[in-house]
Design a protein around this ligand. Structure first.
Ligand SMILES: [Zn+2]
Length: 315
């Protein structure tokens, strides 16, 4: 099956892509195609928050390594990807806010037709080189787009997902509604590895001076407003949000406990040392296995660091 066609995010009419500029025949909004990648953001939706996120991720992409898919926490990415890997071949899947390490590659390699989007054109350009190396070919296409104004018709995809990115969206409910809009009835809407609330109320406050120190040394031009203002999600908040949007939660899974401690340690050491250390895979896998056991203990479960949410659009 071909990929669902792109629609104008401004007026939602179908766009025909040919050449380097696209003008919507209905509303007149103009888009460009840069290096085979359509840039489908309507100007009126780019507020200062999104522009800062865009610049922050552009800057982040320049220093990103060209490593592997979902570099960190791949075990937990496997959990939320499972329903999509099990879809029939040729199913259309949408990845929102893919960043530089495209989770959709694994799904495309399993024979689904994946579209991966990000608001940062630098991140997408970086992702393009990773995608090319995998040989996934036409099963994966990339575009620059705003996750709150998806360039597709209603009910275009069998599944829509986002990984470790949703807390970067300024209008959370509208963004989730948009993911639901482009997903078919009975299709999946999936969030992978979104932050739990508890560390924001405790640990991160204690670590604020360390963060400030790292920032001063790093002297990045832009910082993420979202990373600075998010407070994570409690189970009750998540259940309420998905219910308000009209999505049925199939699985609400706390993910990463010991593995996050290890992972964060490696990340912080990298930042302090100014060079990238990689987690040691055998240890990472062992900790993931221990986490899978700990997750069954009700009290410990509350102390996990992230959530995976697998939900479905009612039929
Ligand atoms: Zn239009």
């Amino acid at each position: 099956m071909p990929h669902p066609p792109f629609h104008c995010p401004n007026c939602r009419r179908a766009l025909s892509l040919n050449g380097q500029t696209i003008t919507c025949s209905s509303c007149g909004e103009r888009y460009t195609v840069d290096n085979d990648i359509p840039q489908l953001i309507a100007r009126r939706f780019l507020d200062p928050f999104k522009k800062t996120e865009q610049h922050f991720h552009d800057e982040l992409s320049i220093s990103a390594s060209t490593g592997s898919i979902a570099g960190r926490s791949s075990a937990f990415h496997r959990h939320f990807k499972r329903p999509m890997l099990n879809l029939p071949p040729g199913s259309s899947v949408l990845e929102v806010a893919c960043g530089t390490r495209v989770d959709g590659i694994e799904i495309a390699l399993a024979g689904k037709d994946v579209t991966s989007l990000d608001i940062s054109s630098a991140a997408i350009k970086h992702a393009q080189s990773l995608v090319k190396r995998t040989g996934v070919g036409a099963h994966l296409r990339l575009a620059v787009a705003d996750g709150e104004h998806l360039p597709f018709a209603d009910a275009s995809f069998a599944a829509t997902f986002t990984a470790a990115s949703f807390h970067h969206f300024p209008h959370q409910r509208a963004a989730l509604e948009e993911m639901k809009r482009v997903t078919k009835p009975n299709g999946y809407v999936i969030w992978g590895v979104e932050p739990q609330a508890w560390p924001y109320q405790t640990l991160y406050k204690l670590l604020a001076p360390v963060k400030a120190y790292i920032r001063r040394r790093r002297q990045r031009q832009h910082n993420s407003i979202a990373d600075d203002t998010t407070t994570g999600y409690t189970e009750a908040q998540l259940r309420q949000l998905f219910r308000q949007v009209g999505l049925d939660i199939l699985e609400l899974q706390p993910v990463k406990f010991l593995s996050e401690v290890y992972d964060s340690g490696v990340r912080m050491a990298s930042r302090l040392a100014g060079r990238e250390f990689r987690p040691w895979t055998p240890l990472d896998r062992t900790l993931a296995r221990i986490d899978a056991i700990l997750e069954r203990l009700p009290l410990v479960r509350k102390l996990f660091w992230h959530w995976n949410v697998i939900s479905r659009v009612p039929g």
